[in-house]
Write a protein that binds this ligand. Sequence first.
Ligand SMILES: [Zn+2]
Length: 249
Amino acid sequence: MRQPESVPSPKDPPGHDLWIRTEAWGAFPGLIHGFSRRLPIPLTAASTGASLDAPGCLLHTLTQVHGNAIVHMGSKEATPALEADGMLTTEQNVLLGIRTADCVPILLVAPHKRCVGALHAGWRGTQQAIALRAVGICAKQWDLAATQLWVALGPSIGGCCYQVGHEIGEPLFARWGDGQPATWNPRGEKGYLDLRAINRMQFIQAGVPQTQIHNVGPCTFCHPDEFTSARREGAQAGRQLSVIGWQPA
Ligand SMILES: [Zn+2]
């Protein structure tokens, strides 16, 4: 019997593809996107492009600081030291990459205007309504109506596991929870917050049709074989990478 050439590391996601995609977005020609599972090794720009079947695309990443700054990425190489939590572009050949390990990675696309975006939304970014900011910038910069946007909210810690203090959960629920108990479940001195649901509400409130907002992937905390979780593994946990961009025409 033929021996395997290498034994997979225990951190390789067993039996899974590296990338999870939004099925409905397969209909958008030229769009490249994916939410990674746990990365077996850190991805470089070259290996990210190659594994998404988009070799030669320039990968932009940020120094994410839990704020709501969103930057426009051009075709020139930007410094990964740039501090922001969101990126938008209409350039071809450019990939936008967000790193997360519990926070919500958000990808956006407006197919007919060839605009894409990637956001990082932890509780602080959510409190600062980074989702609403992104929709606002798209409207101002590209005259995009919210109804022209498609949104995917990637693998992140779920309401099942994300325990936070009342001082964090209550204001988010009051402002964005729409009275839905699933978004904030107070229990004793703390409570459980569904960050993905709160971000979804922000997009709905901004005017994005519910049918154009997808949840992709499960709770990162509940699925240690597939995802890193900062809550479970500590600050030194690795990160998932979520990527979006346009293939060259
Ligand atoms: Zn969970």
